[in-house]
Design a binder for this molecule. Structure first.
Ligand code: SF4
Ligand code: SF4
Length: 462
């Protein structure tokens, strides 16, 4: 495809936009209205300078203004001012956004792009009708499965059976996946590996080793309990080893990040309230998350519940005491491990750790503390891996492009292990490394681990 210069891309985009004085017949335009609409004070902070363009993964991949933060904000303004309808093509450009928020870091005007996009997606949900099958899948996913850890585990067990019983082989060879609705073939292809034993929150209290320095409530999460149960167990061990008592309340659930990012604000609010009640019941010094995306979501509970008189102050408290696992370990001056790991390791910054929580040093400090470990940096650490929650299924092509871009950088680093701190990134790296190796007809040589897995290993058994 022809690659435009930044100026040409902008010119073409501007020429395609209705000018401010072209107003359609009354009632033609829906505009933004109803709850959770983007606020003018946020929208008009953008001065269209374009500093964010080169930070945006979808712009880097396409070179198109409409796939840049500035272009998407211009579309929001177009709708807000009644010049544009919330049409499928406009929604398509918003859907292509990963919500990685790299643009926020690059923006000199302080545009809170993540906030704008969440509000815009809520408007899309309110004012448009997605195809029936998509609505059914979204409703089951966001309102039934993510809302109930028990139902999610049930699905996990069904998927394990699907893989192990031979049903998967039959489904693939029969061609039924091609005719089933809802991207069944893609979902099957990118079915992640599931943990042998799921991690279940059941009011466990894991005492600190030695003198207790702190008491924390731990978020188990949703997908991570099914895909990376061993990492959650390692997280508990590492915390205990560092004098931190861990409470894992049964009443907790999904943090609500996937819902909020998809415009399902009401269900995200319900999930946040459930977690606030659950976590604060043990009166913890901190709430810890081993998943970057979940930690970022909980640090945003104050904004999500700002208008709720019953929950606002407790939501602010939760946001203030929530810590990412790496952040917490460094704050509590974690014990330096003694066992050497003779490996070359790189680190993939999860966007919600780097761009949202602004944590980059803590994971590297932990890795560099491990004796024998050689740490190497990745090229383009700021570019999203393309996982972005459900994006890897809904925007498969862009997600795969970005995944392979990241995998190629990982391979070029020469590391035999790539570490991260987020389940979506871990799964995406796993798929992308395999895909790139298959394309190159070579053997995959890089494993994917969490930083906390390596720290646990370097501590050795108690
Ligand atoms: S979002 Fe920020 S960096 Fe991007 S065009 Fe607007 S003001 Fe400039
Ligand atoms: S959030 Fe990420 S993908 Fe979306 S506009 Fe910003 S930089 Fe681009």
């Amino acid at each position: 495809m022809e690659r435009l210069t930044q100026e040409d891309s902008l010119e073409r985009f501007n020429n395609s936009m209705p000018t401010p004085n072209v107003v359609g017949p009354a009632g033609t335009f829906s505009g933004f209205s109803g709850p959770h609409a983007p606020q003018d004070s946020d929208l008009y902070k953008c001065v269209h300078c374009g500093f964010c363009l080169q930070a945006c993964p979808t712009y880097l991949e396409t070179g198109l203004e409409a796939e840049s933060p500035r272009g998407r904000i211009a579309l929001m303004k177009g709708v807000n001012e009644g010049r544009l309808d919330i049409s499928p093509s406009v929604v398509g450009h918003w859907d292509m956004c990963l919500q990685c928020r790299a643009c926020e870091l690059a923006c000199p005007s302080g545009v809170e792009y993540g906030k704008l996009m969440e509000a815009t997606r809520s408007q899309v949900k309110q004012h448009t009708k997605r195809p029936l099958i998509e609505r059914v899948i979204r409703s089951i996913g966001y309102n039934t499965l993510l809302a109930s850890p028990r139902k999610l585990r049930l699905l996990g067990n069904v998927l394990k059976f699907y893989r192990k019983s031979g049903m998967r082989t039959i489904a693939r060879s029969s061609g039924i996946l091609k005719i089933l609705p809802g991207n069944a073939e893609l979902a099957d292809k990118y079915l992640p590996d599931l943990s042998k034993k799921f991690f279940v929150a059941k009011n466990q209290i894991h005492p600190a080793r030695g003198i207790r320095k702190a008491k924390v409530a731990m978020l188990a999460g949703c997908v991570m309990t099914l895909t990376h149960a061993k990492t959650l167990e390692a997280t508990v061990r590492v915390l205990n080893r560092n004098g931190i008592e861990v409470h894992i309340s049964k009443a907790q659930g999904c943090c609500g990040a996937l819902n909020a990012h998809s415009g399902e604000v009401e269900s995200a609010i319900k999930m946040a309230k459930k977690n606030i009640d659950s976590f604060l019941s043990s009166n913890p010094d901190a709430i810890v998350s081993a998943s970057a995306g979940c930690g970022a979501a909980m640090k945003g509970y104050d904004e999500l519940l700002a208008g709720d008189s019953k929950y606002a102050s407790r939501a602010t408290h939760v946001a203030e005491i929530t810590k990412d696992i790496h952040e917490l370990l460094v704050e509590y001056d974690f014990e330096t491990p003694k066992n050497a790991l003779k490996v070359t390791v790189t680190y993939q910054d999860p966007c919600h750790l780097r761009n949202v929580q602004r944590i980059t040093n803590a994971p590297r400090t932990i890795l560099e503390s491990i004796p024998g470990l050689k740490f190497v940096e990745l090229s383009e650490p700021e570019v999203c891996c393309g996982s972005a929650g459900t994006y890897s299924l809904t925007e498969r092509e862009m997600s795969a492009q970005l995944g392979q871009r990241k995998a190629r950088n990982v391979i070029a680093s020469g590391a035999n292990i790539v570490t991260t701190g987020n389940p979506g990134c871990a799964m995406q790296l796993d798929f992308a490394l395999t895909e790139v190796a298959t394309e190159n007809s070579s053997k995959r040589t890089t494993a994917v681990r969490y930083v906390v897995d390596l720290l646990d290993e370097a501590y050795g058994p108690d």
